[in-house]
Design a protein around this ligand. Structure first.
Ligand code: HAM
Length: 471
């Protein structure tokens, strides 16, 4: 009986231990150790370039008041109407996981009185954002953005600087991209254009051919009809009047200046009259960064600008571009700071999706340095040797060598196998005999030749073979 009791208890413990497995949420990704070499590369490039162009890093909370996004990203934007992760917290406050960085950065600018700093304030941001989108290749519900904002600069140079920085970011990561660019004017000239656009869609039975979403957009946000990816909507958008033909003089001159700077800097771009972006805060310049393969298949009819912009209609764009193809996007948002409670302040910025950049790097098989690889491996046999080698490891690490080890392994064979995997040039081997003799073995991993060296001269010997990392 006591025996049986013991067994049942054991069974119970076993059941508790092997509980039901809970998998990760749909559209969310784990980043495994092998992936981090890509992340480190992309983050390093983003940080270096931002610093070189005078942007300073800023961080904002993952959670914000829901209202921040409703007011800035826009109540009619897909992000707010369909994609926000929002909830009511324990204080009955309406909260959202940030779906993009810009609103939080603008709030920070106002809340921390950054308008008192010399303008413009140039900010660089990296972090995860959340959108309850339909997951598919390159589209996740949690993804990370590299985001830059220039707050306080009205000049077209600021737009061109951002676009060229984005271009160099991709070029230096060996990803071929082209910028799609358009101007959506200001509140005044856009108003006139929207009347023309609505009239166009109301003419000759076009409205009935629109997709379900666009029928709604026609009343709420007709500009978005232009970037719908449904085939009939795409075809109609190709025939629609173009906003650049309705720009006021100031907006037109601003746009021409941006393009002139890009020409001067040899930054490739395509004028894309249907590019309007999906967020409500933009005015004047809007742009997206597309990988060249996508651009090539959808580019029929988009012109590069001459002195005076004339815009060719996109030849009823064939299959429709998968929206998730854009690697980055941004534009000017001169009204947002004031609209969010700050002083009237011009601004522009962009965001790049880091996962999409990494997908591109992987797709192109761009060779990356394996960060786990080391210069030298330290192997030990026996407990005394292990203690000594742990100390030696610290000495070599502090001297700047990427030393590798497997202190918990006992067998020399498995330690040498690890050393091989880590691609080290040399392995130092310490056993009982070497401790007695005051020596250590150094093994050339390529030739397999082992030499005995004086333990006290290890650093000099390692420096002779691998050089001094401090120099
Ligand atoms: P956005 O175009 O919504 O702009 O996002 C920027 C980039 O984030 C996209 O080009 C894409 O690379 C990536 N992205 C978007 N959705 C997903 C997704 N579901 N999964 C993976 N990657 C995605 C903005 O967020 C603006 N705040 C950019 C900006 C900054 N405008 C001015 N300043």
């Amino acid at each position: 009986m006591p025996k049986m009791f013991k067994k049942k208890e054991e069974e119970k413990v076993f059941k508790v231990r092997r509980g039901k497995f809970v998998s990760r949420l749909r559209g969310m990704k784990d980043i495994l150790p092998d992936e981090y070499k890509y992340w480190n590369l992309v983050i390093k490039k983003a940080s270096e370039l931002s610093k070189a162009y005078g942007f300073r890093r800023i961080g904002t909370p993952v959670l914000e008041n829901l209202e921040l996004f409703e007011r800035s990203s826009g109540r009619s934007s897909d992000i707010v109407t369909k994609e926000m992760f929002s909830f009511i917290d324990k204080n009955n406050d309406k909260i959202a996981l940030r779906p993009e960085a810009t609103p939080g950065i603008v709030r920070t600018y106002i809340e921390h009185g950054m308008f008192n700093l010399p303008q413009p304030v140039k900010l660089f941001w990296l972090g995860p954002v959340f959108r309850h989108d339909k997951p598919q290749a390159g589209r996740f519900r949690q993804f990370s953005q590299f985001d830059l904002e220039n707050i306080g600069d009205p000049s077209p140079v600021a737009d061109a600087e951002l676009i060229s920085l984005a271009y160099y970011f991709f070029r230096e990561l060996q990803i071929d991209v082209i910028t799609q660019i358009n101007s959506i004017g200001c509140a005044v000239c856009r108003k006139e254009y929207l009347v023309k656009l609505e009239n166009f869609y109301k003419e000759r039975g076009r409205r009935v051919k629109l997709c379900h979403d666009c029928k709604k957009r026609l009343a709420k946000n007709p500009l978005r009809l232009l970037d719908c990816k449904e085939k009939p909507c795409l075809e109609m958008a190709a025939e629609a009047p173009q906003i650049v033909d309705s720009l006021c003089d100031d907006c037109r001159n601003h746009f021409i200046k941006v393009l002139e700077y890009l020409d001067e800097l040899d930054i490739p771009y395509n004028l894309n009259p249907t590019l309007v972006r999906g967020l409500d805060y933009y005015n004047r310049t809007v742009f997206e960064i597309w990988p060249v393969e996508v651009e090539a298949s959808a580019d029929a009819g988009l012109d590069k600008i001459s002195d005076q912009p004339t815009f060719a209609k996109p030849d009823a764009v064939k299959e429709g571009l998968p929206r998730q193809s854009a690697l980055g996007g941004g534009g000017r948002y001169d009204g947002l700071v004031e609209y969010m409670g700050g002083r009237p302040t011009p601004a522009c910025g962009f965001g790049i999706g880091i996962e999409r950049v990494i997908l591109k790097i992987k797709e192109k098989n761009i060779p990356l340095k394996d960060e786990e690889k080391g210069d030298i491996f330290l192997a030990q046999l026996g407990d005394q040797a292990r203690r000594k080698i742990m100390k030696l490891f610290e000495v070599l690490r502090k001297a700047g060598y990427s030393a590798r080890q497997a202190f918990t392994k006992d067998s020399l064979k498995s330690q040498l196998e690890m050393a091989n995997k880590m691609g080290v040039k040399y392995t130092l081997i310490l056993g009982q005999k070497e401790i007695m003799d005051g020596t250590i073995l150094i093994r050339d991993m390529e030739s397999g030749i082992q030499e005995i060296i004086d333990y006290k001269k290890i650093l000099a010997e390692v420096e002779k073979r691998l050089g001094n990392p401090a120099k």
